[in-house]
Design a binder for this molecule. Structure first.
Ligand SMILES: Nc1ncnc2c1ncn2[C@@H]1O[C@H](COP(=O)(O)OP(=O)(O)OP(=O)(O)O)[C@@H](O)[C@H]1O
Ligand SMILES: [Mg+2]
Length: 362
């Protein structure tokens, strides 16, 4: 049964999230800034702390890993990359390489200090918002006070610094901020073309396939992961149908699958109050901010979440807009009438898919 399999993929692994390509497309400036800062370790100095923020799929992880790989060729200083999921204690044990039993939090911090000693170290905390949503403050508190440790924090939450409550952390952790803008369609085309050459046998992708994947991903906030997923799912579909080429139709079919996955992922990643806010946007009949705030506040009471000021809610709404989940438009800027805003769910995402995803994750 495996003999007549169509051979469309040369190497499917190249399209998976774990693959780190040997060159990056369109992130030259970012690579330069990050390597300039981290490069100070080569002169025996502690690099400044960094905070790398940008939307999902904008290449934060891959770019940082790429720079780390290069840096490691020139130094044996301690460079450690961790996904900061879980509690401060769990993340600390991952950094320290200690077992998760028999040590208290401060023991683990001491272990980290011992390991670093008087050498210099870079610790990358990817998805730092995850640990900050728990008790990450105390991890940052101790690490940022160590003169020999450089912290590189990555997050797709633009307001991640607001997640730090402890003023002592804010006074010792003052990272340089590096923004990763979302990719546009031509940039996504470049990323896909480079990857496709390694992933597919020649002539497998019909004309227009890459452009379509890029255009659809550009609508999803320029998420490169979404674009790569589209391409590999579309190929799976083509193979299932015993085709020897991938067509634009396959991409459109793949979109349904990738879409649901994408929406679930973006919604699970939201903070509780943003989930409720999005829910309020979806269920409010009149889409004015005031109505939405009212619905939000009554939902918040129901879920035991603090109600928020109008100003804070506007910030959260703008974030939802950045994630591509809602659209904010100005209407009726009539003479003397002032500005009126309308907040509507994204016109390119199915409302029911969003509602379902929120219900699941609340
Ligand atoms: N400039 C690029 N060149 C080549 N591949 C890229 C580039 N940017 C992103 N990719 C690829 O796109 C996918 C998503 O990128 P990455 O995981 O770095 O995103 P991210 O910004 O860390 O997203 P998240 O916030 O969801 O963690 C990966 O498979 C990555 O290899
Ligand atoms: Mg990432």
């Amino acid at each position: 049964m495996f003999e007549k399999r169509p051979k469309l993929f040369k190497n499917r692994d190249v399209l998976t999230p774990l693959f780190v390509p040997d060159t990056l497309q369109d992130r030259k400036d970012e690579v330069e800034v990050i390597s300039q800062y981290l490069g100070y370790i080569l002169d025996g100095a502690t690099p400044p702390d960094l905070l790398i923020v940008g939307p999902t799929g904008s290449g934060k992880t891959v770019t940082t890993r790429y720079v780390l790989n290069e840096l490691e060729k020139h130094t044996d200083s301690m460079i450690k990359y961790v996904t900061a999921e879980g509690t401060a204690y769990q993340v600390a044990t991952t950094i320290a390489d200690t077992p998760r039993r028999g040590f208290g939090f401060m023991d683990v911090i001491d272990k980290i200090r011992e390991k670093v000693e008087d050498k210099k170290a870079i610790f990358v905390l990817d998805e730092v918002d995850k640990v900050l949503a728990k008790d990450g403050d105390r991890l940052l508190y101790h690490l940022s006070r160590e003169p020999n440790i450089c912290i590189v924090a990555l997050s797709n939450k633009l307001t991640v610094m607001d997640m730090i409550d402890d003023p002592r952390v804010l006074s010792s952790f003052k990272p340089r901020k590096i923004n990763f803008p979302p990719y546009n369609a031509p940039q996504l085309v470049e990323i896909l073309e480079y990857r496709a050459e390694k992933a597919f046998n020649p002539g497998v992708l019909k004309e227009g396939v890459i452009q379509l994947c890029a255009a659809l991903a550009a609508q999803r906030n320029g998420d490169a992961r979404y674009a790569l997923d589209l391409l590999s799912f579309a190929t799976d579909i083509a193979i299932r149908n015993k085709q020897n080429k991938v067509t634009e139709d396959d991409v459109r079919y793949a979109q349904d699958e990738v879409e649901v996955e994408f929406i679930r992922r973006s919604i699970t990643e939201l903070r509780e109050n943003q989930k409720l806010l999005l829910y309020a946007v979806l269920t409010s009949k009149e889409k004015t901010p005031t109505k939405i705030y009212n619905i939000y506040n009554s939902l918040a009471r129901q879920y035991g979440i603090n109600s928020l000021t109008q100003r804070r809610l506007s910030q959260l709404l703008r974030e939802l807009e950045l994630y591509g989940l809602v659209e904010i438009e100005v209407v009726g800027r009539g003479r003397g009438k002032g500005v009126k805003w309308l907040v509507t769910p994204s016109s390119t995402i199915d409302d029911d898919v969003m509602l379902e995803a929120i219900r699941r994750s609340l």
